[in-house]
Design a protein around this ligand. Sequence first.
Ligand SMILES: Cc1ncc(COP(=O)(O)O)c(C=O)c1O
Length: 386
Amino acid sequence: MKFETKALHIGEEPNLSEGGSGDVVSPLHLTSTFARNKIDEPPRGYEYSRSSNPTRNALEKRLAALENGKYCTAFASGLAATTTVLLSLLKAGDHMIAFDDLYGGTRRLFTHLFNKKFNIDINYVDARKVENIADAVKDRTRLIWLETPTNPLLKLCDIRSIASIAWDKKIFLAVDNTFMTPYFQLPLELGADLVVHSTTKYLNGHSDSVGGAVITSDEHIDEKIRFNQNAAGAILSPFDSYMILRGTKTLSLRMERHQQNALAIAKHLEAHDKVERVIYPGLESHPQHQLAKKQMSGYGGMVSFELKSDLNGARGFVEGLKLFTLAESLGCVESLVELPALMTHSSIPPEEREKTGIKDSLIRISVGIENIGDLLEDLDSQLNKL
Ligand SMILES: Cc1ncc(COP(=O)(O)O)c(C=O)c1O
């Protein structure tokens, strides 16, 4: 089956056997526990919904299939998924390498919990250069953590080349695929051991659920993650599982439209004299456009740009937009805008923000699926005020 077909049929096969109700849509199993006739005969393998639940399992099957993986575990948030990966693969004293341009919450989790409290040694490196990863490897290195493209600077790293270093040195490689989704990028095919998602974003796509997922094809990794998920308990609820299952059905259509609108906006902004710089992997001006073409089958719906203005000008711009809702998060049907210096990345000290390239006038937009003419008009109305 191809992507669009899997997104509709895997995990929701109607049960037409005797006693099955034939539901076309997977039922919402809200039960917390499952009855049994005898102590040693749990019905159909279900005992208690923290351990497993039929609606969650339906989603896990589908997400595994979409990422071309074998196993998936669904979590209460993207960060719960990330936490469980680290709990499963690392122990105190181990070393890990991470891209220096990560989602701020992921970096906070790594630094404040895993490094400061649990003694995981972490090196943040510019993973755009593969040799920086190779140089950071130590005897104790157990995990490499990547996001590509990153947030908000849309930097890319070469998953296949980094996977070959990881493979060589027997280090696990995890890729956060939230921005691209499996529709545009398949990290497991490029050599990653695990894919992590914030399903809160494109996979659900409608700004009405928080969730996360881990996908792998390695049975041993899956066993550890499943054990720790049950032990620590950060599971996705049946209702959120149902919502995300529903969201995945239109993922391919939404991603195409997000990309079409994003490319049109990126080109429009690039030609505008009030805009200093536009960052979008689909633009030829993106320094890693060739890598984007090689490793992804599309460029996604996230665009960042710098205004020829200062922090106050940028603040006025984002507050003045009408159709781009001023809010954190991304990957939903409605367009969102945010100012990283004062919002998603405000916890990073200004000197460090400057060093990684997050200027005060940098604006990040998550382009939705509205009419492109309306979106351009909204942006122009504010650009013209600058
Ligand atoms: C790339 C990326 N990964 C992980 C997360 C964390 O996910 P959640 O907010 O679902 O915990 C986010 C949240 O914005 C994100 O953008």
